[in-house]
Design a protein around this ligand. Sequence first.
Ligand code: FNR
Length: 361
Amino acid sequence: MAAEPVNVKEYQELARNALPKMYYDFYAGGAEDQYTLTENMEAFSRITICPRILIDVSNMDLSTNVLGYNISAPIMIAPTAMHKLAHPEGEIATAKAAAACKTIMVLSFSATCTIEEVASCCNAVRFFQLYVYKRRNITALLVQRAERSGYKAIVLTVDTPRLGRREADIKNKMISPQLPNLDGLMSTEVSSDEGSNLEAFAFKTLDSSLCWKDIDWLRSITKLPILVKGILTREDAIKAVEVGVDGIIVSNHGARQLDYVPATISSLEEVVCAVGGQVPVLFDGGVRRGADIFKALALGAQAVLIGRPVIFGLAAMGEYGVKHIIEILKGELELTMALAGCSSVKDITRNHIKTEHERFL
Ligand code: FNR
């Protein structure tokens, strides 16, 4: 038997071997030149860690709190579409892994299991990610279903007025499978031989007129806290706080939307400073090592979300793979913290890292 994978990269290779090319490319790829895709990961490597020594790290505590929910480590599951293309158990396997790891799963609007199936399969704390469709009644209905099924927050994705141009999907003629949450509401199948069916479906459905005033609309249809996912600038962070969101996720959609935006880790501090502690700031994009999580926390993130690593674990080994991916990252974070002289996440400060610019001052 082959040895167990020991890091996210090795899981990525297993996923590449396990999946048909069309699906692997869909999961792994980014937009256009994929400049931001590479940057999301490489920008982490330009940040160094400044360890402090002779600090008692014999008792480690990785736990933290997000919107009032205690989680075992600052690692959450990002919303990613269509888990059944990676594994037959789909989002149910992912949710069970989230529960086992005592973390929060954000279920994608484009899930391949229903809101209710995921809610009833385990007791993980779940948030629901939202796209706003031109047919707003469909979006509103899904929000109500999530609320009724015990989801604890709405994560409004704000970087997708249209789908980014993902060239691998265009070449592979990526399919757009029926999404069970939309059964009886609309068909997700687009019968076109040209390019990515997913892109065609998104173009047909996504409401590109969505703007800041619609946060009020969303608040009028739900009592749940609202987080906005996809903030990259100081200006938008200030605006988001002004309109009263309950949290911000610094994200560039895993580099799948606008290419040539900065790596998220390069945008994080700007957003954290603008927010000034008024609401929690979460982070995603390019996290592949515990050290990356340490750097994001040092720059002010409350927790990180992981997207592709979860898919790689799921594709390679189902629920076990997702659990193992989270455990690996948790183990790496714990070791990084111990070696850097931090016994709890609260001990991680801005002084524990140096950006490239600071190193040359
Ligand atoms: C995503 N992402 C995403 N985001 C969202 O708000 N709704 C969604 O349905 C999806 N779907 C999706 C599918 C796939 C295959 C990927 C890779 C990503 C973006 C996701 O939530 C997150 O922002 C990134 O995945 C984070 O980057 P990493 O961890 O993948 O590098």
